[in-house]
Design a protein around this ligand. Structure first.
Ligand SMILES: Cc1cc2nc3c(=O)[nH]c(=O)nc-3n(C[C@H](O)[C@H](O)[C@H](O)COP(=O)(O)OP(=O)(O)OC[C@H]3O[C@@H](n4cnc5c(N)ncnc54)[C@H](O)[C@@H]3O)c2cc1C
Length: 297
């Protein structure tokens, strides 16, 4: 059986390939700029889209045209990927499962797991789905030599949406999904000026900085790319230090893959303490500078 994988983030394509290569002969659809970085991840064929941007509708129609050749379609659940997946399902009429975190095949049916009720439970499903969007950051990538065939294409379908202007979004050069250590801050921090307490600590910990939704998306004290959670990034570092984060389920959904979790919170009944390996009850304004001082030596 064959599966076609697409993501606008090559890392996500490689992660999906590692998740699925035991089940399928794999093909990738990728932008030409990502071709070189994807050559060693097990694809038998790479369908290279010329250009760097395509509207979701054009991508979805192109992907659907490959459904005769490929049995299953997997799309990375990025902002673009979610749109492409939904459109591909609507155009083809095929059943789709979104944001899967596990995949298998049993008695000819697909078995998948995905987070449910805002990440509170995991839903296991058997289905006849042919299209899946795959949660980001699920699996470490493994290199698999495969000498893929390169098949260059131009997207045929014109979209009803036209690109007017491209405005560069303010981005960081960091990708928190790759970090081994993450220091994450929540609304326990009372003002932006106090962020230096956290950045100093992150620096001595050699950690990436992340935050809860209020810190990233509401107050914009950190870039939105640093938001961890259901509507943010799913991370799986070796160590996740949650400071002044209450531990609502939508946040936990993004950091559940962490190997060890340390929480600092002044409220001993905060839900984060049910999700951590080590908890420190106290005021971050007193604890964090002390930890920084000790670690600096
Ligand atoms: C559809 C949907 C999607 C969402 N997606 C996300 C998401 O992706 N990521 C996300 O994070 N949230 C998300 N949320 C929001 C989520 O429900 C919570 O509102 C949010 O996570 C709370 O952020 P917080 O823990 O920083 O703030 P709060 O819940 O306000 O918690 C602040 C914590 O800091 C502690 N504190 C206060 N002062 C101190 C101090 N001096 N020292 C130590 N501790 C202190 C408090 O005891 C409290 O526990 C989503 C919500 C919805 C409805």
């Amino acid at each position: 059986m064959k599966a076609l994988l697409f993501s606008d983030r090559p890392l996500v394509t490689a992660q999906m390939s590692s998740l699925l290569c035991d089940y399928f002969e794999i093909g990738f659809m990728a932008y030409s700029k990502d071709y070189e970085s994807l050559k060693d991840f097990g694809a038998k064929e790479i369908i290279v889209i010329n250009g760097e941007y395509s509207p979701a509708e054009s991508l979805a129609r192109e992907i659907v045209s490959y459904m005769k050749e490929y049995d299953y379609i997997f799309i990375g659940a990025t902002v673009l990927g979610r749109e492409v997946g939904a459109m591909a399902a609507a155009i083809s009429g095929a059943e789709m499962k979104s944001e899967i975190i596990e995949f298998g095949i049993k008695d000819g049916k697909t078995t998948t797991k995905r987070l449910y009720y805002g990440g509170k439970t995991v839903l296991e499903e058997e289905s006849n789905a042919k299209i899946f969007t795959v949660s980001q950051g699920l699996k470490e990538t493994k290199k698999i030599e495969s000498s893929p065939k390169k098949n260059e294409i131009e997207l045929k379908t014109k979209s009803s949406v036209e690109l007017g202007e491209k405005i560069q979004k303010a981005t960081t050069s960091t990708d928190i999904t790759k970090a081994d250590i993450i220091v994450s801050i929540g609304r326990g921090l009372s003002k932006k000026e106090d962020l230096s307490i956290i950045t100093d600590f992150a620096s001595v910990m050699h950690a990436e900085l992340a935050g809860s939704r209020p810190i990233c998306a509401d107050y914009h004290w950190l870039e939105e790319e640093r938001q961890v959670g259901l509507s943010g990034k799913k991370v799986n570092p070796k160590l996740y230090i949650a400071i002044g984060i209450s531990g609502q389920i939508q946040h936990i959904a993004g950091m559940r893959g962490s190997k060890t979790v340390i929480a600092i919170n002044k409220d001993k009944s905060a839900p984060i303490f049910s999700e951590c390996d080590y908890g420190i009850v106290g005021d971050l304004y007193s604890i964090v500078p002390k930890l920084t001082k000790i670690l600096r030596g």
